[in-house]
Design a protein around this ligand. Structure first.
Ligand code: C5P
Length: 235
């Protein structure tokens, strides 16, 4: 197990490409995120391989269904031995409570977090699905519901971190994507923060993909970001 706050996003189409990167990393310097594309292509076998290599795995499948179905999916993910998994908070209180119970009853008891509003949504799209009020208030409402259901935290953008930390207290886990070290390409991310800013604003873990996976020397970038986080945590 390691204390790194970096979760490397394995956004790959197949197991071979993912393992090629993972073999250049060090399990004491990061955790790994497996999302829908890679999991659909490579399945539980890859997750088991990553865990066998001593990596802590965040299974980012964002479950959203009726409470019984999501609870059973969470139990199956817990039994795989993952470190963290997630559901959609908009599935409701009952769905999140059932998921939390399933995770707590498992041997492994991973962290369970929720997605509030996808950061790909803007105010216009938000209104078109019929939700009234501001997007920001809805994020806070769903994050509070997540806490009420007993979950461990939420995924949030760096811009939401400060407010959520204020509203939800210091124990709540805030997992933040959209991180770009200074002088690195933004790719398709629009609202980004540097690792040190995200940590100072209250992020618990940073999800970082391309700045590490596309680097010439991924391990060097990983070490540099760990160093930046360490300095930000101490300042
Ligand atoms: O390569 P990059 O650092 O942009 O990758 C970020 C990762 O975080 C990707 O796996 C992406 O799907 C995920 N993510 C995100 N924004 C969110 C939620 C997840 O970028 N709001």
């Amino acid at each position: 197990m390691n204390g790194s706050k970096i979760i490397v996003a394995l956004d790959y189409a197949d197991s071979t490409s993912a393992l090629n990167l993972v073999n250049q990393l060090d399990s004491s310097l990061c955790k790994l995120k497996v999302g829908k594309e890679l999991f659909t292509a490579a399945g539980p076998l890859l997750v088991e391989k990553l865990i066998a290599k001593n990596f802590q795995v965040f299974l980012d499948l964002k479950f959203h269904d009726i409470p019984n179905t999501v609870a059973k999916a969470c139990k199956a993910a817990s039994d795989l031995g993952v470190w963290m998994l997630n559901v959609h908070a908009s599935g409701g209180l009952e769905m999140m409570q059932a998921s939390k119970q399933a995770v707590d009853n498992s041997l492994n008891q991973p962290l369970l977090i929720a997605v509030t509003v996808l950061t790909s949504m803007n105010e216009v799209q938000f209104t078109r699905i019929g939700i009234e009020g501001s997007l920001e208030n809805h994020v806070i409402r769903l994050a509070k519901l997540t806490k009420e259901a007993g979950l461990d935290g939420v995924v949030c953008s760096a811009g939401e971190t400060f407010k959520l930390r204020e509203e939800l207290g210091s124990d709540f886990c805030l997992v933040t994507p959209g991180i770009r070290p200074e002088k690195v390409s933004l790719d398709d991310q629009k609202r980004v923060a540097s690792p040190s800013i995200a940590i100072r604003q209250g992020s618990s873990y940073l999800v970082i993909g391309r700045p590490i996976t596309q680097a010439t020397h991924p391990i060097k970038v990983l070490m540099a970001i760990n160093q930046e986080i360490q300095s930000a945590s101490n300042s």
